[in-house]
Design a protein around this ligand. Sequence first.
Ligand SMILES: Nc1ncnc2c1ncn2[C@@H]1O[C@H](COP(=O)(O)OP(=O)(O)OP(=O)(O)O)[C@@H](O)[C@H]1O
Ligand SMILES: [Mg+2]
Length: 357
Amino acid sequence: MPEPLFRYNWAEGGTDPCEPAAAERTLTAVMNALRVQELVKLYGRGEKTVRAVDGVSFSVAPGELVGLLGANGAGKTTIIKIICGLLLPTSGEAEVYGVSAADKRVARYVAAVLEGSRNVYWRLSVEENLRFFAGLVGQSPRAARAHIQELVSLMGLTEKRRTVANKLSQGMKQKLAIACALVRNTSVLLLDEPTLGLDVETSYDVRGLIRELAEREGRTVLLSSHDMGVVEAVCRRVIIISQGEVVTDDQVASLLSVFRTRALRVALSGGLDDQALGRVKEEFPGVRVSEGSESPSLEVELEVGQTLYQLIDVLRTCGVGVEEIARVEPRLEEVFLRVVRGENGASKAEPRTGTVS
Ligand SMILES: Nc1ncnc2c1ncn2[C@@H]1O[C@H](COP(=O)(O)OP(=O)(O)OP(=O)(O)O)[C@@H](O)[C@H]1O
Ligand SMILES: [Mg+2]
């Protein structure tokens, strides 16, 4: 195992590690596996310049599993490529354990699955790819054999282990890309759309695996995905990017709770005629009616100042009986849409630099 990066960092400067600036750098490096600060990335020049990343700041503590969400073109892949040293930022900083992402030593600590399984060698077989990546971090073929077999079998690639990557199906290439990232045993994993193209079963296996890597092995994972099921199942915290900027950086549970408190599903014991529906809509304009197999139910989002009792009163006045009232459990997908549309008071996140959540 190589020397930890953060220890190297303060010794390297030749300064007294107890000197306040050096001590602060060391502390920041220990507390943050990843840290990006005021990151900006422009592509192209002149009128054709694209501001892909526009002042993004966040940090990820060691062992944290964080989702990076955003619409197409929001800047996720660009951020991930900067953190793994494939791209240089136009300005700002990206650090892994306190060392600049542009420093080649960082490669020993970070493994990435990039969009389109681009991290595998297409002319090498499945096993050759895995042996190559294990060799990069100094694992001998013998030492790596058991791990490689385990990963090949986990990804359902045993039959294809001698097939060149180029001849694998899209989903199989993706599985190989994940296996190649995992075989290096790095403490930081950057996963850009890791479950794209995977069948349902493998996608579930990969979710479990990612969770295990963080929970049991303490690895730090930054995961970008459009599959909210994966993000919700795996991440405790999400950073939502919109047009190159962080719009939200929060725990999944607290984001969901913002929406949970106000949305209700009311199962009715009988029918709901047009007149009654009209009355309900007067007071609760956003009400939605869904026709159940026996009787309809209402979905209502209470606005500020409205209470459940007002709704029950209106229904009672119209002679409509209530069978059951339940909170509508929001999904991350809905929260994401609302945040990127700037609904529900969602505002731009305060930059979270140098802190551990
Ligand atoms: N090599 C490039 N040259 C010019 N513009 C680029 C390049 N790569 C990305 N961009 C632009 O930068 C912006 C951010 O792209 P990026 O790939 O980071 O988004 P993303 O969030 O990963 O999107 P997706 O969800 O579609 O993968 C987009 O407007 C994109 O067109
Ligand atoms: Mg992308």
